[in-house]
Every structure is written in C-alpha cells, then in structure tokens.
Design a protein around this ligand. Sequence first.
Ligand code: XLS
Ligand code: NI
Ligand code: NI
Length: 448
Amino acid sequence: MADGQIKVDGDPIFEGIEPIRYEGPTSDNPLAYRYYDKDRVVLGKRMEDHLRMAVCYWHTFCWDGYDIFGAGTFARDWHSPANDRAAADRKMQAAFEFFTKLGTPYYCFHDVDITEASPTPSDLSNNFARAVDRLGAYQEATGVKLLWGTANLFGNPRFAAGGLTNPNPEIAACAVRQIRECMDATHKLGGANYVLWGGREGYDTLLNTDLSRELSNFGRFLAMVVEHKHKIGFKGKILIEPKPHEPMYHQYDFDTATVYGFLKRFGLEKEVHVNIEPNHATLAGHSFAHELATAVSLGIMGSIDINSGNYQNGWDTDQFNLDLRDITLALIELLPSGGLDTGGFNFDAKVRRQSSTAEDLFYAHVGGVDTLARALLAAADVIEKGEIAALKAKRYAGWTESEIGRMMLSEGASLESIADVAAKQNIDAGHVSGRQEYLENLINHSIK
Ligand code: XLS
Ligand code: NI
Ligand code: NI
C-alpha cells in the first residue's frame, strides 16, 4: 500500500462522546437510544436486520454548512480549505469513529466524498483507488459495512448538462469511467448495492435538449451498468434513486412509476430496483408510503434514503425524519413484502446550518435511529393485530369469492360478456364505507 500501514486510530476526534447505547424509553440521556435495541426481535427478525441503517458520508462528513447565501458554519476538525490528502484521511477517520460510536452497521459514499480534491479524471482515479484501500482497512478494523457506493456525476462543472445524458459524448465517457471505477470499488468493498441518482440527468430547458437522444443514451448506458454488474459478479442490487426536480428543472427519474416505465422500455425491470427517498417523494407530490407501495407492487423495491422535507416550503431540505406516523405508514407497506432484502435505511439527511457542533451530528442521528426503531415497533403492532389486513382482504373479497368477480377475471371474459351478465342480472350494487378514519385511528393506537 502506497502509504504504508493505514492508521485506523489517529488522535480521537469525538472524544468525550461515549458509544451510544440502548437505555430504554425512560432514559433521560440525550445520547442514548430509547427504542433502538438492535438484538430485540420484532416480527421474527432482529431490529438491526430489519432496519440495516447506514450513515451517509456527504451530508455528515463532507458538508461544512455552506449554502448559497453564506459560507460554512461547521468548524470540523477534519475539514481544510484545500481539501488535501491529509484532510481526506482525517475525514475518513472521523467517519469510522462516528459509525462505530453510533453503532449503526452500514455507510454510503460518493467517489468524490472519500478523496481529496481531484482536478482531473486521472487524479480522481488515482486518489479514489487509494481511498478505497483505506476504506477496506477501516471496514476490516471496525466491522462497519458498505450499504452502497455511487459516482458523483453532478458536482464537477463538466457535468452541468448531465453525466450519462450529456450532449457531449466525451463527457458521457467520463461519467462511464467514474461509474465503472465506483462499481468495481463497491464490489471490492463487499457493498450490498450500487446506486445511480440521476443528479443532472434531466434538463433546464427543452430549447437546448434532445429528449429522445438523451433518454435512449440513458437506457443504453444503464444496460451496460447491468451487464458490467454481471461481468464482475457483483451480487448486490443496482438502484435508481427517483427525484422529480433539483438540481434540474425536470429530472428524468421523476418518481418510481416513471422509473418503472423507463426500465420496461429498455427491458431492465427485472435488473434494476429503486432507492426511495421521502423528501423526493413529497417533491413529486407523493407520500413516502405511496412510493414504497408502488415499488413493492411493481417488484422493484430496493432501498431507502431516509429523510424528510419541510412541510412549509416543500424543498429538498433533507431533514432527519422524526415523523413517526409517516414512517409507520411506509413500513406497513414495506414489511409484509418481506422488508428490505439487500437495502437499508440510509440517513440521507443533514443537520441544520446552525447546528454546528459535533454533538449535533450525534443528536440528529440518535433521533433518526430511534424514530425508525419506534416506527418499526408501531408497524409491527399494526401488522400483528391484523385488523387492517383483514379489512383490506374483506374489501376485495368479491374478486375471489363472488361468482361475478371470478367470472370477470376468468380467461375469455370480455367487455361484452361482462356487460351482458351485468344487464341480465340487473346488477345494481351500492357503496360501502371505506372506514378511513377508523383505520387512521388504528395507526395512532399502535404508536407507543
Ligand atoms: C440528492 C440525492 C443524493 C443521492 C446520492 O438529492 O438524495 O444524496 O442519494 O447521490
Ligand atoms: Ni435527496
Ligand atoms: Ni438520496
């Protein structure tokens, strides 16, 4: 290894913060879990295995608190204005110290998150290869695992008009190079999935955009991603992360249903799954639960970037999701399908700009972890009581139990044959209650 022995234990960064432990609901320690008890068995599975939680590198370790109106507010020990090699290494130490203290099993990264500033594609390749070796050593030393890696195809100015959908083939070739290297690295690090968030795959104006060309290129390169996955023997899932806008006015991977249509068009619907993010769901005018239910029903559910937007402005504010009801409703859609498989809950969320201390990073994650655990308990309670499932089954029972229902679904039924029966039997059915408020109350009863 170029740098000799990798130091996985330099001067501690989060000194004074003890590893976060489960202390139960009556604890008054702000740095303890009240609900997340990783070995507790819920619906036949350990909490840790249900939730497969990950910390993200970009918001938590790369961002220094800058926004478009002002400079960074976080004085992080591991940040330097030059973002040189020493700073990148210190950042990696901070990351693994944080993962370990939090006790969450996974993490996620973009290629550029883990390296020093890399002016050219070749610099990035070299710096990335070195950083990946270091990640491997840290994983081995700490037992923390990779939930997914991804290539950043939106930060460098060359990607202003997109990565894989760029009008310039040379830029698309740079994007392909980054994806290939990042997929290989994810595979080498034993990653559970590989993510493609279409950062700038979309457009600002149709006036300079050849939509047909961009979408067919996108499909062609995505097929190559899948082909490469099989070539290298990567067993994880390839995930597309839907988002309707931001940074582009229109993003091609608008929402789960749009992604499914795109995958179908290119014959990739069995190969590619989705990484759903609540804040992206609400940006698209959907709920988190809607996106999960859609993905489950289409057979493309993959993983979750857990966060929430702001109900006042609807932007992609990437806040920690503390909304028990929102997450419980989502889990009620997800758990009966078998849960997350290779996916996980990745905290794609950031502390507010005014929350500038290292403790704030811990408070935010502890709250996020505990909210997921508590929502899991609530969803399990709803599922175990079975009332909602029973009501739903009864509501649709006619399709299997009544003669007309069975006939309508039988082979050979036609518009004519159904209409004839309806007319002959003079069918004149009336409305029955959907019991919405009754059902909504059940959710609240299970949140404890
Ligand atoms: C941005 C996305 C991004 C992806 C990873 O809105 O959520 O953070 O998860 O590229
Ligand atoms: Ni996002
Ligand atoms: Ni995300």
